[in-house]
Design a binder for this molecule. Structure first.
Ligand SMILES: [Zn+2]
Length: 411
């Protein structure tokens, strides 16, 4: 989740002729394709349009995964940052609970199509049985409510990675996007606090459980702190290259190298603002949102209230014509850049679908074969493509499990 634009864009995708391309080929049968970051709305599975068994409003549902040959996805327990108070934590815990139970509903309702995977072996078994795999990742451990025992509970429910932070600092780590209006120090300032003692305890607990530590959204300082604290390689579940697009959410060259040197992997993200620098489009979207809020008599734009107004869809169609979305080719440029810098073993693929991710050519899970086709066009071998689409991630996942088995005294 980056910003809550996914739902409107999902509804919009069908209306924009330029947005959707037909998949050009399906995956090879032995290729395992995994997406490490797929968001779910709060009413996932509870509203008919968010029921993944049918023709849903989501960019990732079972039909789109099946048609696109996407074997598995990490579905995300995301909670936005709120106050570090008892009430704030209680609310975050409740929101996370709603999402865990929604994923459970999906698994109960469609056992013949998708199954939970809590180990790399289970993903392969599911694939062999013709089933999709659902994995679970945590974005923002604020939802643990400052209680490490909730990480054990999350693990027991199937969560296999924990992201350290989101927008705004939390009790674990400083964010790549701190809330400076609330007085938090600027990213990369001397006052940036990095990782707290609680954060180090969280990383140690994740290591003990065999959960991967996800550094996407963390500040640069916190990424280095996480690498130092973790006994297992860390990974970035959805981040692209700052060397191509200079935004704090992308990773700079030195951190890409540090993650690779540690044995980790960075999953390049197809979130359009991180793929292509386009301040004019951003300004136009902001102006549209302000206009819609004004016309609705609201103080500010709210996706939950205004996200499906026809005026928004019409305005976004105009913006799309004037400032075209980033493309699949521009997305794969980030993969090329990172592979060139740190090697084929340390790069992977993430959509951030239903959390704002989309690029022309990869608008939803059904278009995943376009990614494979573009990689092939650029000369990546089948073995390279298999590493990018999941092989590298599974290596890091396995390493997290090995570190847990070895225990804290291990080197
Ligand atoms: Zn995110």
């Amino acid at each position: 989740m980056n910003i809550r634009i996914g739902v409107a864009c999902a509804a919009l995708a069908g209306a924009l002729a330029g947005c959707a391309q037909q998949p050009v080929q399906t995956s090879a049968p032995d290729l395992l394709t995994l997406d490490t970051h797929v968001d779910i709305p709060l009413d996932y599975m509870r509203e008919p349009r968010y029921d993944v068994g049918g023709d849903s409003a989501l960019k990732v549902d079972l039909g789109k995964m099946e048609r696109g040959g996407l074997d598995g996805a990490f579905f995300i327990i995301y909670v936005g940052q709120g106050p570090l108070t008892e009430a704030g934590y209680a609310d975050a815990v409740a929101q996370a609970e709603r999402k865990y139970s929604a994923i459970a509903l999906m698994l109960e309702k469609y056992p013949d199509r998708i199954r939970l995977a809590t180990t790399p072996t289970q993903i392969r078994e599911n694939q062999a049985h013709g089933l999709l795999s659902a994995m679970i990742g945590i974005e923002n451990p604020y939802s643990l409510g400052h209680d490490l025992s909730r990480l054990d509970t999350a693990h027991a429910r199937g969560a296999r990675y924990v992201g350290l932070t989101h927008v705004g600092n939390n009790a674990v780590c400083s964010s790549a996007n701190p809330d400076t209006e609330a007085g938090e120090p600027a990213h990369n300032s001397a006052q940036d606090p990095g990782m707290s003692e609680f954060g180090r305890a969280l990383v140690a607990r994740a290591n003990a459980l065999g959960m991967m530590v996800d550094v996407s959204h963390a500040s640069d300082k916190c990424v280095l702190d996480a690498i130092a604290a973790s006994r297992a390689p860390v990974f970035a579940s959805h981040s692209s290259a700052r060397g191509l697009v200079d935004v704090p959410r992308n990773l700079p060259d030195d951190l890409l190298r540090a993650i690779a040197d540690d044995g980790g992997v960075v999953q390049a993200v197809a979130y359009y603002e991180f793929v292509k620098h386009d301040p004019a489009r951003q300004a136009a979207e902001k102006a549209l949102q302000q206009e819609i809020a004004r016309e609705a008599g609201a103080g500010e734009f709210d996706w939950d209230v205004h996200g499906e107004l026809p005026a928004l869809a019409a305005g976004m169609a105009r913006i799309e014509r004037e400032h075209p979305l980033a493309t699949l080719q521009e997305y794969v440029d980030h993969i090329d850049y990172m592979v060139e810098l740190v090697g084929i073993d340390h790069v992977g693929i993430a959509s951030d679908f239903d959390g704002g991710g989309e690029v022309t050519g990869w608008m939803d899970a059904s278009e995943s074969p376009n990614v494979t086709a573009e990689l092939r066009k650029r000369g990546y071998s089948d073995s390279d493509i298999a590493r990018l689409w999941g092989g590298n991630l599974l290596r890091v996942w396995q390493a997290a499990g090995d570190a847990a088995d070895a225990g804290p005294g291990a080197p």
